[in-house]
Design a protein around this ligand. Structure first.
Ligand SMILES: Cc1ncc(COP(=O)(O)O)c(C=O)c1O
Length: 480
């Protein structure tokens, strides 16, 4: 055997093949919604390997930096990001063997941070409550780190021309072919503005003189809708949809390409994306709801048949604990339960509706502990077969039993639970609740002997936050 015949078939310098699966995403027609006289098609960017449209720009920005010599073997890729751009970069740059350093604002979810770390990225957490010009603002910090680290390349998706170019060269032409060269309008959102600018340029080129309308769907609270409608920058508010909406006009966003705009509030975005999953089986992220709601409004306003395209920019997987979770939706005020005007309005998980995780008095302490861990709570009501609350068991009760001898995990719950219950009737006052909390307990709401549910400190805080006047809520910044 010669030496060359045992060389690996694939050179270790060649990046993993998954990168060749970025782009070429499917396009599907929406058939279960009222689209007026129009046909509506969605480009499924959630099917990219990293789960979002940002895989495309990650690849394009890294390859451009390699071609320009700004990124060399052994180099470090630095970006300020919280969301999909970080995932895309961690995937692409990581696969190509670069060190990836992401500066992430501290309001971002642990799940997203875990995801980029699992892809091998290093993470620096910074403040989310400061703006441009502050040394701890995520973009300023990333720019500074990139200057300090030898061989580092600051990606800067907001100002990088390879961002819109990715859409001009790939997303646009794919849509054009998939639509058989017959497109009347494209509905987009703006985060960095790459999608808008890239698609707008491409479609202007295919059908010059505004032959293809570019419609902006913008979250209520973002400044972009008003900028399109009245040409002025108004003060920004806050919104919960992720990845789109801005409090400034990004450098690469060519807003002159937009022909019309719709403003969509969080509630409509979330309701729309949930309906899209149920009716069409399409599992999109929160901005998908904004885009589809905007596209539907546009379609229904038309008097002539039109062929309209929008996007599913990212996957719903990242939002299972948010808009796909009924408790979160209720807690945030996006699902409205009929109010009773009493304490039962503060119960997030209602026993009667099967929403409360409970344990039986003959169940083992191990069962109780696993249920607490599984549902991320620190106490469980102990309920008998007739639905009567017999006691409550919390982590301290468990610890008292098992700390000397862990085999006591096999003991029954009744040996450890507290049966002196802090019960309140539904017509009790918030002051009564505070008294219960002061004694370190949770409130058990009973209507005579019918168990309705628990109220914890978090439930009360969530309720009060929901009733904070909108004008008192500070504006929030979007991180893409
Ligand atoms: C999740 C998400 N991120 C980002 C964007 C915006 O992309 P861009 O940064 O190209 O404006 C979108 C667009 O719809 C989006 O839904």
């Amino acid at each position: 055997m010669t030496e060359t015949s045992i060389a690996p078939a694939i050179s270790p310098k060649e990046p993993p093949r998954i990168l060749s699966l970025i782009g070429d995403t499917p396009l599907v027609e929406v058939t279960q919604f009222d689209t007026g006289p129009c046909q509506l098609f969605l480009k499924l960017e959630n099917q990219n390997p990293g789960g979002s449209i940002k895989d495309r720009i990650a690849l394009s920005m890294i390859e451009a930096a390699e071609a320009d010599g700004n990124l060399q073997p052994g180099g470090t890729v630095v970006e300020a990001t919280a969301g999909n751009t970080g995932l895309g970069l961690a995937l692409v740059a990581g696969a190509k063997g670069y060190r990836v350093l992401l500066v992430i604002p501290d309001k971002m979810s642990q799940e997203k941070i875990s995801h980029v770390k699992a892809l091998g990225a290093e993470v620096r957490i910074t403040r989310s409550d400061v703006t441009r010009g502050h040394p701890e603002y995520y973009q300023d910090m990333a720019a500074r780190l990139a200057k300090e680290i030898p061989g580092a390349f600051y990606v800067n998706q907001f100002g990088n021309p390879a961002n819109p170019l990715a859409h001009e060269r790939t997303t646009g032409p794919e849509i054009w072919e998939q639509m058989r060269h017959d497109v009347d309008a494209v509905v987009v959102g703006v985060g960095s503005g790459g999608t808008l600018t890239g698609l707008g340029r491409f479609f202007n080129h295919m059908k010059p003189r505004r032959g293809i309308e570019m419609i902006l769907a913008d979250p209520t609270g973002s400044v972009l809708y008003e900028y399109v409608k009245i040409g002025k920058l108004v003060e920004s508010g806050s919104w919960a949809v992720e990845g789109i909406g801005e409090d400034f006009i990004p450098e690469i966003a060519d807003m002159s390409l937009v022909t019309d705009a719709f403003e969509i509030d969080d509630e409509e975005s979330f309701a729309t994306v949930r309906e899209l999953l149920r009716k069409e089986g399409i599992f999109g992220g929160s901005s998908t709801g904004t885009l589809v709601a905007g596209a539907l409004r546009y379609c229904r306003q038309q008097t002539n048949p039109k062929r309209v395209v929008s996007l599913v920019p990212d996957t719903g997987n990242k939002y299972l604990s948010k808009m796909y979770n009924d408790f979160w939706m209720t807690e945030q005020g996006f699902i409205h339960r009929p109010p009773h005007g009493d304490l039962s309005d503060l119960i997030s998980h209602r026993y009667e509706a099967g929403e409360v995780i409970t344990v039986g008095s003959d169940d083992s302490l191990l069962t109780a502990f696993k249920r607490m861990r599984g549902s991320d709570v620190s106490q469980l009501p102990v309920v008998d077969q007739n639905g009567r609350a017999m006691g409550i068991i919390d982590e301290s009760d468990l610890l008292v039993k098992v700390h000397r001898d862990p085999s006591h995990f096999n003991d029954p719950v009744k040996k450890a639970m507290t049966d002196r219950l802090e019960t309140l009737p539904p017509n009790a006052k918030i002051a009564d609740l505070l008294g219960v909390f002061d004694r370190g307990r949770v409130a058990i709401v009973m209507d005579d002997d019918k168990f309705l549910g628990l109220i914890t400190r978090t439930d009360l805080l969530s309720y009060l936050r929901l009733h904070m006047p909108k004008s008192a809520a500070p504006p929030e910044r979007e991180f893409v």
